[in-house]
Design a protein around this ligand. Sequence first.
Ligand code: SR1
Ligand code: MG
Length: 417
Amino acid sequence: MTDFSQLTVETVPAYVAQRPALARRIRSTGELDVVEVGDGNLNLVFIVRDAEGGSLVLKQSLPHVRTDPSWPMTRERSAREALVLKTHEGADARHVPALYDVDGDDYVLAIENLDDHVVWRTELNEGRPHGYAAGEIGRYVARTAFHTSIFGLDPLEQKKLAAAAINPELCEITEDLVFTEPYIEHAHNAVLRGNEADVAALRADRRLLTEIGIAKYRFMTSAQSLIHGDLHTGSVFVREASGTPGAGAAAATGTSVRAFDSEFGFFGPTGFDLGILWANLVIAAARARALGEADRTQHILSLPAELWNAFEAESRALWPARRDPRVFGDEVLEALLTEFREDAAVYAGAEAIRRIVGFAKATDIETLEPGLREGAARAVLRAGRALIVERRGLTSVEALSSETAAIFDETINPAEL
Ligand code: SR1
Ligand code: MG
């Protein structure tokens, strides 16, 4: 009997052959091409292809953090990701990969192969912003939020789903890495020597720390909708339209944007998903600014507003279909949109700061040479702080992005600008 507890390129063909749910996805009787492509913090990921064009992805949870084997991690996250993926597929199939199979014994998910897409962060780093993706993700967040909230679901079903989607261990990682560790001395933290004073200033800022404490409390207690939980630019696949429309299906492919890697999903604050993406766009813009790319910086800084505007428009479009309009009148939607926007800004600020100070850094900044990295990191820290403390005074995403741009102008000074 083959041991599938930790898949390898060699054991994947036998694994696929014994999963009945995969028989219609891939022909396992012939030779299979298998490559391991995982580059995240947590999992093994294989792309599997047969000789007839069939393909799929296998994702297996390791019992520890991939990049730190001494850090144990529950393998049950695999079942939790499956629940988020299945539920989000029901709410917005256009924006997630299809789920083919769930193996609870060996902690393996089989999902749609999207290797005709590229990871958004990689593209941003290469100077290809794929701006259309911001609006698509805004619609994805609106649809998944509405259809998993009490506005879209029967209240009894919604509570059962919230119970099934509980994800304590992965929530704890976010609670620690995003909301606590950046603000204390911790072995996970590291910054350039030139940024140490920037971090000390944040830690001495009582107003900021109070906002972070409240944001953490809300993250831990606001069960608004089944969120993705880790919606950064490395969790989004993008594909630009190509080919000639009308020249046949094989000749043309449409634009496609998919949110993947939802293992951190749970019932949390809807604004969290928006905020995580917003922060990572700020980080991408800081990279562009440090490299002296003024137009690209401006373009990337316009994307948080596109994200928000699409979210808001889709939320308004879904609102007439809400359950129980007797007390959930239109004024409630206005109040909720304000709350979601303010939450998005505070979570964006927290995410921006942690990606500079804490354990899981962003390649956008890390791959800059140190002379540019220091200023870019300082700019992200200051922009993060401003998103948090100024979100109630600057009441639009556009105004907050203008503030981010002004901070970049003051903080980043490449010779060519
Ligand atoms: C130990 S996991 C570190 C980070 O990787 C994931 O993508 C999440 O962002 C988490 O915070
Ligand atoms: Mg991930």
